[in-house]
Design a protein around this ligand. Structure first.
Ligand code: HEM
Length: 390
């Protein structure tokens, strides 16, 4: 008999391991209405990519369905083509102009140093002492800005990240709004007096069309804030998830430690297997169908990347971690017009982490109970105790 369908993203058992509930949904009700989330949930890979391809019908920009979007939230992430095109290509071109191999080498040096420091203690907190400082270094290096104090920034970033679950818990909305305001002040300063002459934001500043109006300038600054905070929080989460997966899959870690060529494919497989971004949302601008299920105009649709990335119709043996998996076009970095702008930098950060782990004299092992952050949107750890002492 098939298990009873319940998907409660904030239920502690689901936060701990969402994959059985997502598999049940994918098998029994691949496109289904969720009362708690007031959205359609889409779980199959083919259906998720079909929706992401069709940005005419499935909008990211909620203004297209008559909803208000605060000015502070208008960025590359919330606009749709054609409004999105200018700001997206401005940032994509700026990323292409960066020395990413140099960024990866500096990230490797930083990760190696953090591991050495961690090894001086019997155990360490892998999120606070490795994933978070490394991600902050990488993102600030990429943008070309000075690193803010980690603890303060991490608290603001967590409030923003948690506010993405505001639909499920309205108490999370206001702290997120306040934190966004704080970061806006910092990001605005990069466009005035403290901007460095090199790095991604210098390129953005130099290539923003001289005739850009106030609206375009706002999109640019808000996008810089998304790159900074979103890039930091997803990269921190991705590194933490990868470390956890390796500590719980000792054979995979051993394979990585003995074969340097395994690193690039492993960096992809770790994001497919347990990536940070659980899904994304769109709104139907007109009556439509997904896999034959009628979707009324105005209904929100949540595409569950975490379910699609384990769809057996797309990935053979989806629940197995196969570090050398081929044809691994997972949805961990999204798809289409809103796919992750920072993918190449994020991949570099993950490869740098894996390289540093591989060359550290001892493997990384669990050193206590890991604790997940209770979040429906971002899969990450609140605590990840580890040791480098076998
Ligand atoms: C492993 C780390 C990362 C993962 C897994 C990740 C994942 C994602 C995903 C899934 C999306 C698409 C969301 C959607 O369709 O709604 C996205 C969008 C985005 N990401 Fe990342 N990301 C990572 C790191 C970064 C970094 C380092 C940056 C920049 C420094 C960045 C900047 C962005 C931006 C600006 C968008 C919005 C793009 C748009 O809407 O056009 N990300 N990311």
């Amino acid at each position: 008999m098939l298990p009873v369908l319940t998907y409660e993203p904030l239920d502690p058992a689901t936060v701990n391991n969402p994959y059985p509930a997502l598999a049940a949904l994918r098998e029994q009700a691949p496109v289904s209405w969720h009362d708690g989330m007031s959205s359609w949930l889409v779980t199959r890979y083919a259906d998720c990519t079909a929706v992401l391809r069709d940005h005419t019908v499935f909008a990211r920009d909620r203004r297209r369905t008559g909803q208000a979007v605060p000015a502070a939230s208008l960025s590359v992430q919330s606009l749709d083509p054609p409004d999105q095109a200018g700001v997206r290509s401005l940032f994509m071109n700026a990323l292409r102009a960066q020395d990413l191999p140099g960024l990866e080498a500096r990230a490797r040096t930083r990760a190696t140093g953090l591991l050495r420091e961690a090894a001086e203690h019997p155990s360490f907190e892998a999120m606070a002492e490795l994933a978070a400082p490394l991600s902050l270094s990488v993102v600030c290096d990429l943008l070309g800005v000075d690193e803010p104090p980690l603890a303060e920034f991490a608290a603001a970033s967590d409030a923003i990240m948690r506010s993405m679950d505001g639909g499920l818990d309205p108490a999370l909305v206001e702290p997120g709004r306040k934190a966004r305001e704080e970061l806006t002040t910092l990001v605005d300063s990069w466009f005035t007096d403290t901007g460095r002459p090199s790095g991604l934001l210098a390129h953005v500043r130099a290539h923003t069309p001289p005739g850009a109006g106030q609206a375009e300038e706002l999109f640019v600054r808000n996008t810089a804030r998304v790159m900074f905070q979103g890039g930091y929080s997803t990269t921190t989460a991705a590194i933490g998830n990868a470390l956890h997966t390796l500590t719980t899959h000792p054979q995979a870690q051993e394979q990585l430690r003995t074969d340097p060529r395994a690193v690039p494919a492993a960096a992809e497989e770790l994001v497919r297997f347990d990536g940070p971004v659980q899904g994304t949302s769109r709104t139907a601008t007109q009556a439509s169908t997904i896999a034959g299920i009628p979707i009324p105009a105005g209904d929100p649709v949540v595409l569950l990347f975490a379910a699609a990335n384990r769809d057996p119709a797309r990935f053979p043996h989806p629940d197995q971690l196969l570090l050398d998996r081929r044809d691994n076009r997972h949805l961990g970095y999204g798809w289409g017009t809103h796919s992750c702008i920072g993918t190449r930098a994020a991949q570099a950060a993950l490869r740098a982490t894996l390289d540093a782990l591989r060359t550290h004299p001892t493997p990384i092992l669990p050193a206590g109970t890991a604790r997940r952050q209770p979040s429906a949107t971002m899969r990450t750890f609140a605590a990840l105790p580890a040791t480098l002492h076998p």
